[in-house]
Design a protein around this ligand. Sequence first.
Ligand code: UN1
Length: 513
Amino acid sequence: ASQFGIEKALKDLGVMDINHGTSTGSSHFGSGEIISSYSPVDGALIAKVKTTAKEDYEQVMAAATKAFKVWRSKPAPQRGEIVRQFGEKLREKKEALGKLVSYEMGKSYQEGLGEVQEMIDICDFAVGLSRQLHGLTMHSERPGHRMYEQYHSLGVVGIISAFNFPVAVWAWNTALAWICGDVCVWKPSEKTPLCGVACQNIAVEVFKANGLPEGISCLINGDYRVGEMMTTDTRIPLISATGSTRMGKIVAQNVAARLGKSLLELGGNNAIIVTPDADIKMTVIGAVFGAVGTAGQRCTSTRRLIIHESIYDQVKTALVEAYKQLRIGNPLDENNHVGPLIDTDAVAHYKNALDKVVEEGGKIIVDGGVLEGEGYESGCYVKPAIAEAQPDFKIVQHETFAPVLYLLKYSGSVEDAIDIQNNVAQGLSSAIMTNNLREAEYFLSVAGSDCGIANVNIGTSGAEIGGAFGGEKETGGGRESGSDAWKVYMRRQTNTINYTTELPLAQGIKFDL
Ligand code: UN1
């Protein structure tokens, strides 16, 4: 790792000696158990982070609740100015943070930088938005009355994020929540705790420099038990959770039991439909990046290719050729395309998927396997694999967070391909490759893709922050990031003002005294 400047990055981020994973601002504390963070890149121990015990959590909530009263009273454009400064800090720390993301999570350095870029972009988006938290005005049915609606700050927002986007998903939530006047308590994945500490340090520097109170940005650490402290806590009106469908169902039930709001961004089983009118070269680039980028560990990773029988062999041959070019290895080395999986548990899931697809009658056409030897000591490096399969195989219906791509053949029209695509429990991202306008428009129509994201002539992953991000069905229904996703971080109030000396009632009701 030293040859890739990891030590310098850790120093720049102030995470050399700080091993405590609970923070309300200036100090880090934590009296819970210790989690050790190992790099999947080389297997080295990067940090020991103390988890958040119940009493630590209470301290965090006290600071957050207190900070909310101050923060919500600051005009939104002034909150935007703080987020602007936070974006500037991220620009300064982009290389260091990108490197830590790559080293702790295992995605390529390029993708680590891309993730920090998403953070910067959402800050810019939030700054503009801080002057546009618009409500509507409407005409009252009563004379001399005015009616309008306004958006107020919501309170403490709980953020639970996953290992695969250890910094960006927090920023999507927190940048919007902050301009909305909310304060945030973040539980990053227990697999990437140091990324959490590094982000907290950057945020705290900005709040401190502006004389703002502790608690606007808080960090807690640990596994689902720490998450549960938030999901069952009535002081937290909104929980935004990103991760597996299994986790999301538990979060949703806990939050719903107390009638809180949840914003869920869960699993995907994303497909690209390749029609007879597809540009094959573009299809291959989109599919390979979608399937092997971030070693197949994006929510938006391409898991299924639904290819028309007339071009099936051509696409298959081109893919097999493309996979031969892939270089697997240290993700900090920019010559490599594919880095490691997050840990050896993920490797076991990957191996299980390959066994299962064969058991169910599928055929492996690009061999998988775990890499061994020099450079692969962590045991987390696997070969991206391709299998020919049937749409209804159990394993094809299931989201495996690994670089395994299933080829499915369709005959008939685009409707048949869309049936296959929609016939899974998840509904995050989808794409069609075609130069045929009718097919493309049908795919985007109400009878088309049932996903939250539907693309034409690009792959399933790599969404821009400007759009609302999320999906339907088991993906959880939440929308994060751009468009009007900010509304979930605020409470809406409808106001009616009577400026006359009469009191006419609505619906024409007469009530004389
Ligand atoms: C995720 O995998 O949780 O569209 C988010 C993409 C990224 C975000 C993925 N912008 O691939």
